[in-house]
Design a protein around this ligand. Structure first.
Ligand SMILES: Nc1nc2c(ncn2[C@@H]2O[C@H](COP(=O)(O)OP(=O)(O)OP(=O)(O)O)[C@@H](O)[C@H]2O)c(=O)[nH]1
Ligand SMILES: [Mg+2]
Length: 309
């Protein structure tokens, strides 16, 4: 949990929005979870896990920091890619402060170069954050920091491990001191603002990403179709996994339905923890050839629908 100091009379409250941008797989969602002190964004070893903006709220003394996790920025090919990258840049444009998160293990490649070029175009300042320092030597980190600072004038540089939490508190305190005075944007005890139905779909999508290989995670989306609460306090959740081709369906189902069963039971266990009640989860797999070009699917994900495919 983010530690919340008791309000000290006379100290003004501060609040602001901090967007986390970076290449896919840099650790943005891991970092927002670490800032908030609770898992609010899904994380997988695969690139392009996050598809829309995810808000997480942290308190630092009298300051409320509203973190915005964004989809990874990469060269978009499909319509969904363009919607995701668009959502990331919109997250950056709307924020008070921008964190550029770099996977220090991957270093300064073409992906990062492209992000910095766009950032210059945006005309905004940014804070450099080197992540995954648990896997990189000190001299490499220092070399990377200076190469990046030569390319873009960052307002500050931090080195962290979003996974272990190393350096995260220092960064949080720095951000807190830089946000403007003003009233908090959310109630003090709120951690996130994702609707439960969408969060449930995200949890299942994480399990699906963890279990499926090749292009399948990228060809699928999960939606919560029904959510009904029973008198005993439990909840029945019906979800649909959409895939694009008939040939993908048996792979998601697995032999004797084993794959989808595994995905469903892992998702249900996590939902029971997150929603703090018994969950009856029913996951169906449907083929919908055109879902990647269906505006309704984008709306469900919280994304704008880009014009051309
Ligand atoms: N060793 C190490 N691994 C990390 C660290 N931060 C994140 N990871 C791992 O990196 C992978 C990607 O993490 P995510 O948080 O999903 O990355 P992301 O930037 O949100 O990725 P997209 O949503 O795909 O753009 C996961 O396997 C994480 O466990 C870190 O500080 N150290
Ligand atoms: Mg992510």
């Amino acid at each position: 949990m983010a530690d919340v100091n008791p309000p000290s009379p006379g100290t003004p409250t501060r609040a602001g929005i901090v967007a986390i941008i970076g290449a896919p797989n840099a650790g943005k969602s891991t970092l927002i979870n670490q800032f908030v002190g609770s898992k609010i964004a899904i994380v997988t070893p695969k690139a392009q896990t996050t598809r829309s903006r995810v808000t997480g709220i942290a308190m630092a003394g009298q300051t409320q920091i509203v973190f915005v996790d964004t989809p990874g920025i990469f060269q978009p090919r499909r319509r969904l890619d363009r919607a995701m990258v668009g959502a990331a840049w919109k997250g950056a444009a709307d924020a008070d402060r921008i964190l550029v998160l770099i996977d220090a293990e991957r270093g300064f490649g073409a992906e990062v170069e492209r992000i910095l070029t766009e950032l210059v175009g945006l005309g905004r300042g940014a804070i450099l954050v080197l992540n995954k320092i648990d896997k990189v030597s000190k001299p490499t980190l220092l070399g990377l920091a200076s190469a990046l600072n030569e390319r873009f004038t960052f307002e500050a540089t931090f080195m962290i491990s979003a996974l272990t939490g190393d350096g995260v508190e220092t960064l949080r305190n720095y951000l807190a001191s830089r946000l403007p005075e003003g009233p908090w944007l959310y109630p003090e005890d709120q951690l996130a603002d994702m609707p439960e139905r969408l969060l449930a779909a995200e949890i299942t999508r994480e399990k699906l990403f963890l279990r499926l290989r090749d292009e399948l995670p990228y060809a699928s989306t999960v939606e919560t179709e029904a959510w009904s609460e029973a008198p005993d306090g439990s909840v029945r959740i019906n979800q649909v996994v959409y895939v694009t081709r008939e040939s993908q369906k048996p792979i998601v189902l697995g032999k004797g339905g084993q794959t989808i069963k595994g995905i469903g039971s892992a998702a249900r266990r996590e939902m029971e923890e997150v929603f703090d009640r018994r969950v009856h989860l029913f996951v169906f797999v449907k083929v919908r050839a055109g879902w990647l070009d269906d505006p309704e699917r984008y709306r469900e994900m919280g994304l704008d629908f880009p014009d051309e495919g």
